[in-house]
Design a protein around this ligand. Structure first.
Ligand code: AMP
Length: 298
């Protein structure tokens, strides 16, 4: 099983054309939907008593295990963001941690030997508490964000020495490495501990560093982007789902995983919240992966 520890949220998303209020979001949700296309996935997160059971039913209907989702008194985590005309630029307009602020992840017993784990964006201290509960994992990847890199740098560096890889965005890689050249930054992050580094560049694709090699991939060309929220977590979900299913971490597998991460993230951008993911099928993913591979052939 692939385990993801992260946020479960109500998101309010504003784009130039539309506002979606209090819709299902959070890193664990996006990750879970994407990863479930490749194999079994379990989520560890926390919701408040305002979180409808029907949302958890939707996750379960996709085969996602929710045994690690705690329900506690209080309000669920809320996040709001606004996209500028250039949909690559987003500002956070509201962040209410609520029950996520005192989240203490507890992995159900079967999750502890699961082998594959993604530590979605969260405090490095909490991410390490998850690591402490894992028994001989095969692959652990982590995400982080500027808030932690600037405010808890030593803790982030400590975490990086304990994980196998990171999936972060371009700004985060540059901040972590203190370099503005992205290739140099990604390689420098790999030298901080995690041998596998995936740098996401939004509509400009991604860069994988593994075993000393650097492998760039463009984004899937979409003419219309409705809502990119969660694209990074979908990328991570499909990437790790693919690697867990393949059962190895060779460069060839990781490069294929980046392709699937890119494809599933592109589907997510076609609708708000998890709306496109709810009905996405493996056949659709395979078809777009074929199209994309054809486009890349020169
Ligand atoms: P992405 O677009 O991939 O960066 O993911 C956006 C998702 O991350 C949204 O659904 C938010 O609910 C969630 N999110 C935003 N900020 C945070 C945070 N500080 N901690 C955890 N999750 C967050």
């Amino acid at each position: 099983m692939l385990v993801c520890v992260g946020s479960i949220a109500f998101d309010t998303v504003e784009t130039p054309d539309h506002v979606a209020e209090e819709v299902l979001g959070g890193s664990a949700n996006f990750f879970g939907f994407a990863a479930s296309l490749f194999g079994p996935v379990g989520l560890v997160g926390v919701v408040g008593d305002d979180f409808p059971e029907s949302h958890l039913d939707v996750l379960r209907s996709r085969g996602i295990d929710t045994a690690g989702v705690q329900r506690v008194p209080g309000r669920t985590f809320r996040w709001a963001g606004r996209y500028l005309d250039d949909m690559n630029v987003r500002e956070t307009t509201n962040l209410e941690l609520n029950v996520f602020g005192s989240f203490d992840p507890v992995l159900p017993e079967p999750y502890r030997t699961s082998g594959y784990c993604f530590l979605a964006n969260g405090s490095p201290a909490i991410q390490e508490r998850v690591l402490d509960q894992l028994h001989e994992p095969k692959l652990v990847l982590a995400d982080t964000m500027n808030h932690w890199i600037s405010g808890a740098r030593d803790e982030v560096l400590h975490l990086l020495r304990r994980v196998d890889g990171v999936i972060i965005n371009d700004e985060e890689a540059m901040m972590l490495a203190g370099r503005t050249n992205l290739v140099a930054a990604a390689r420098a992050v790999a030298r901080l501990g995690p041998g596998i580094v995936v740098v996401k560049k939004g509509a400009h694709g991604s860069l994988l560093v593994a075993e000393g090699g650097v492998f760039p991939l463009p984004a899937f060309p979409l003419e219309e982007v409705k809502d990119p929220t969660g694209a990074g977590d979908c990328f991570a979900g499909a990437f790790m789902g693919y690697v867990a299913r393949a059962g190895d971490r060779s460069v060839a597998t990781l490069r294929k995983a980046v392709l699937y991460g890119t494809v599933v993230a592109s589907f997510n951008c076609e609708a708000f919240s998890v709306d496109r993911l709810r009905t996405l099928t493996t056949a659709e993913v395979e078809e777009r992966a074929r199209q994309f591979a054809d486009l890349l052939r020169t």
